[in-house]
Design a protein around this ligand. Structure first.
Ligand code: NI
Length: 256
């Protein structure tokens, strides 16, 4: 059994074919999926998909790229969406200094607003961090963002920073890049972190793992991430699958 903790099933590339995509996921043992929003519209769609498919849960939030859209009105809409029973987290939120599509101070403000929303609702947080490691951990600590738990999604930072994030209440989720040849840093993280803090995800339709790199990504492919993690830890893949599944159910508070 596998849990894809981060998928964008509402993406235009996947949306039209969800029945088949979820059938293939089931055949690959992927029994649960969290569909993650990145703006208001995609958060609404995530909730709709979770309503329709029993194995899909949803997260609602605004990606740092769209931080400039975050105002009181939008936060109220996220709050309303988050009352749906299958909304298990707030996100994805965070900081992205690689593309800098919103000014950095605006990104920080939108991040902090969503941390507060997660705290108000008692939900875990899904954090996107691209080339903003230090600011993310500083904000996380200062605002006690991990008080209800949370996930550092598609983690690409260092091992010491991962350990610091765990101490702040977070789980570390690894995606397709773990299988890439140049991923030494993520591979060290996957090998050395405590097993009870690791998760697997696809972040589909992006970041297709090897050996399928170049094709469209979908939840079924999360098994390649789990198999790589198993190899790095000297575990049986079934054990890795089970343990990451259990961790995902814990962070999202889903009965398994
Ligand atoms: Ni994502």
């Amino acid at each position: 059994m596998l849990f894809d903790t981060h998928a964008h099933l509402q993406d235009r590339k996947l949306r039209g074919d969800l029945d088949n995509i979820l059938r293939r996921a089931g055949e690959a043992g992927v029994e649960k999926i969290c569909c993650v929003g990145y703006d208001l519209e995609s958060s609404r769609e995530a909730v709709q998909i979770a309503r329709k498919y029993r194995q899909v849960y949803a997260a609602v939030g605004v990606h740092p790229h769209d931080a400039k859209t975050v105002d009181d009105n939008l936060v109220q809409k996220l709050r309303d969406l988050a009352r749906e029973p299958k909304v298990v987290a707030i996100g994805e939120t965070g900081l992205d200094y690689y593309r800098d599509l919103s000014p950095r101070d605006v990104q920080k403000e939108a991040f902090i607003v969503q941390i507060k929303l997660a705290q108000e609702l008692g939900k875990p947080l899904i954090i996107h961090d691209r080339e903003a490691n230090q600011d993310v951990i500083d904000i996380v600590k200062k605002h006690r963002a991990g008080i209800n738990g949370g996930i550092m999604h598609c983690y690409s930072g260092s091992l010491p920073l991962a350990l610091e994030s765990i101490k702040a209440g977070f789980y570390i989720s690894l995606a397709g890049p773990l299988t890439y040849k140049n991923a030494r840093r993520s591979q060290e993280v996957a090998a050395k972190l405590p097993m009870d803090r690791l998760l697997v995800e696809t972040d589909c339709p992006y970041l297709t793992p090897e050996p399928l790199r170049g094709r469209l990504n979908e939840p079924a492919h999360v098994r390649y991430v789990a198999v790589k993690m198993a190899e790095l830890r000297g575990q049986h893949p079934d054990e890795t699958a089970y343990l990451t599944w259990r961790n995902a159910c814990q962070v999202y508070r889903i009965k398994d």
